[in-house]
Design a protein around this ligand. Structure first.
Ligand code: PRP
Ligand code: URA
Length: 213
């Protein structure tokens, strides 16, 4: 049996599993790939935010006054890791329209597999907000670890990492580097190949999302 990964939650909702299978299929078009990434991200966000605190709020229905509920606390911040993380923003923003969005630009050097950073812009880093860091792929984990390190250096404390496909290698690196950050994935795949791609995975997420090669 695989060793337990205490930082990882696999969100195995049947709709997520169904859509992920379509996403992995090599015949899936760029248009459908984009749509599926967005839908999976939305379903994941629904589960990941189930512990958000709420507070009472007085409203008038057309018939009478009542006490309803609203999500309390600071607004959530979504931080996609460019490029592929961008595909996860729209679906989550549909559920949480008030969310702020920051951006971290990182690409993985093809030869060394090390992350190279090129952009960092986030809103309200010093405030006690919950940050959801988004990237469909957690492979070696280098990009995710670098993004979280940069966010912590900017003062962010409440972080969660959402990916669609995780490799055990990446989850372990995250556990070593950022044991305080929960990782949520739609699937934990087998392993990386010699070029750092996840098996069975879904290929290059950025290329499939944006139609590049
Ligand atoms: C992909 C993916 C992650 C990274 C994962 O991005 O979106 O950011 O690789 O790999 P790692 O866990 O080994 O760091 P890529 O570098 O291909 O950039 P792109 O999204 O701009 O195509
Ligand atoms: N980045 C991707 O887009 N896919 C992988 O399988 C690994 C890293």
């Amino acid at each position: 049996m695989a060793p337990a990964l205490p930082n990882l939650t696999v969100l195995g909702h049947p709709l997520i599993r169904h859509k992920l299978t379509l996403l992995r299929d090599r015949r899936t078009s760029t248009r459908d790939f984009k749509q599926l990434v967005s839908e999976i991200a939305m379903l994941m966000a629904y589960e990941v935010t189930k512990d958000l605190p709420t507070e009472p709020v007085e409203i008038d229905t057309p018939l009478e006054r009542m006490t309803g509920e609203q999500v309390s606390g600071k607004k959530l911040t979504l931080v996609p890791i460019l490029r592929a993380g961008l595909g996860m923003v729209e679906g989550i923003a549909q559920l949480i329209p008030s969310a702020r969005v920051g951006h971290i630009g990182l690409y993985r050097d093809h030869d060394t597999l090390q992350p190279v950073d090129y952009y960092f812009k986030i809103p309200g880093a010093g405030e006690a907000r919950d940050f959801l860091v988004l990237d469909p792929m957690l492979a070696t984990g280098g990009s995710a670890v670098a993004a979280l390190t940069a966010l912590k250096a900017a003062g962010v404390r409440r972080l969660r990492f959402l990916c669609i496909v995780a490799a055990p290698e990446g989850v372990h690196l995250m556990l070593d580097a950022h044991p305080d950050v929960p990782v949520y994935a739609a699937a934990l795949d087998r392993r990386l190949n010699e070029r750092g791609y996840i098996l069975p995975g879904l290929g290059d997420a950025g290329d499939r999302l944006f139609g590049t090669h």
